[in-house]
Design a binder for this molecule. Structure first.
Ligand code: COA
Length: 328
């Protein structure tokens, strides 16, 4: 198996043009810009227009990532699309993306791990590259969450937004690349964030639609505490695995769920604000897309330099959580 290490060769992101501001939400539910800003840090989120679908944004993000990696779609041999809002049940969004990209040599599938989906995908792709089963793996996080948001539920409708981010993973030389990964889940917390209708347990019907069973339901307050604890713990685990500490981290990119969650995790880890990336004000929570969008924004803004130590951590429905540590 040798000592092949996988690293990120290129990143990309894309999101809808439509913007939903806090002022827009003030007109439809009993809320205020002040409440949303102080409780979540969110000022606006992207919202897909009717007729737009998840793979369109995934493909745009993927094309950018492949181009920046200096590759062609035909060089990609694995596509993992993390999403809880697929284009359709069958086939996977990964396969639809594969066809659109013309990446005909790839094996393609979806990863369903909610907001941790991208880190689950990175972890799996990392192993595939390390073991030589894949050479160039495309990992995408893509969501149109706004189609599953109940715009009469003020607790959830202020949080979620749409978008996609992508990264191409391939073999790298020297000390660069992914140093440690860890993913975990606990299905006992299913009902903290879930969408009960539309599957085989409650098949879609006029009744499930009328009662809004397909919408996301959330116990925000309970999730908050589990999210902070889990993201801090898993961050420490990947650092320990690599023999490093939070002091060594150049940039911490957490899943963007709530500014107060980000602040609490960074505080627990002792990572100061200057080393934490946040775009929650502009995007809200885009689930599996949040980390790859943030990562690409950092690359584009020149916030990540060669040899920087990058820590990624996520938490989401399932519940699921994950951590990835890499040397850029
Ligand atoms: N506008 C105004 N008031 C709101 C509101 C809104 N959009 N949403 C909730 N409230 C109200 C509640 O009804 C409650 O009122 P009450 O005291 O009269 O009952 C009050 O604000 C406090 O609610 P609470 O749920 O305790 O607020 P909170 O500080 O926990 O913030 C969340 C709510 C949802 C922002 C927060 O819990 C959170 O972000 N949780 C994590 C969610 C998450 O990240 N989910 C995805 C996981 S990846």
């Amino acid at each position: 198996m040798g000592n092949v290490r996988a690293g990120i060769l290129g990143t990309g992101h894309s999101y809808p043009e439509g913007i939903l501001t806090n002022a827009d939400l003030e007109k439809t539910v009993e809320t205020s810009d002040e409440w949303i800003t102080t409780r979540t840090g969110i000022k606006q989120r992207r919202k897909a227009a009717p007729g737009e679908y998840t793979s369109q944004f995934a493909v745009r993000a993927a094309r950018q990532a492949i181009e920046r990696a200096g590759l062609e779609p035909s060089d990609i041999d694995l596509i993992l699309c993390a999403t809880v809002t697929p284009d359709q049940i069958l086939p996977s969004t990964g396969c639809l993306i594969q066809a659109e990209l013309g990446a005909h040599r790839a094996a393609a599938m979806d990863v369903v791990a909610a907001c941790s989906g991208f880190l689950y995908g990175l972890t799996l792709a990392n192993t595939m590259v390390q073991t030589g089963q894949s050479r160039n793996a495309l990992v995408i996080g893509a969501e149109i969450l706004t189609q599953y948001v109940d715009y009469s539920d003020r607790q959830t409708c202020v949080l979620f937004g749409d978008g996609a981010g992508a990264a191409v993973l391939g073999p790298v030389e020297g000390d660069r690349g992914i140093l440690a990964t860890r993913i975990k889940s606990d299905g006992r917390y299913e009902e903290q964030l879930y969408s009960p209708g539309g599957g085989t347990r409650r098949p879609p019907s006029a009744e499930t639609l009328a009662s809004g069973d397909h919408f996301f339901k959330m116990k925000g307050n309970e999730l908050f505490k589990v999210a902070v604890r889990s993201m801090a713990d898993i961050s420490r685990e990947v650092l320990e695995q690599a023999g490093l500490t939070a002091e060594d981290v150049s940039l911490f990119i957490p899943h963007q769920a709530n500014q107060r969650i980000t602040d609490a995790v960074a505080n627990k880890l002792n990572v100061d604000d200057a080393r934490v990336y946040s775009n929650i004000a502009m995007h809200g929570n885009t689930s599996s897309a949040s980390i790859p969008i943030a990562l690409d924004e950092c690359v584009e803004a020149g916030r990540i330099k060669k040899d920087d130590l990058i820590l990624l951590a996520s938490f989401g429905g399932g519940v699921t959580w994950g951590g990835v540590l890499m040397r850029w």
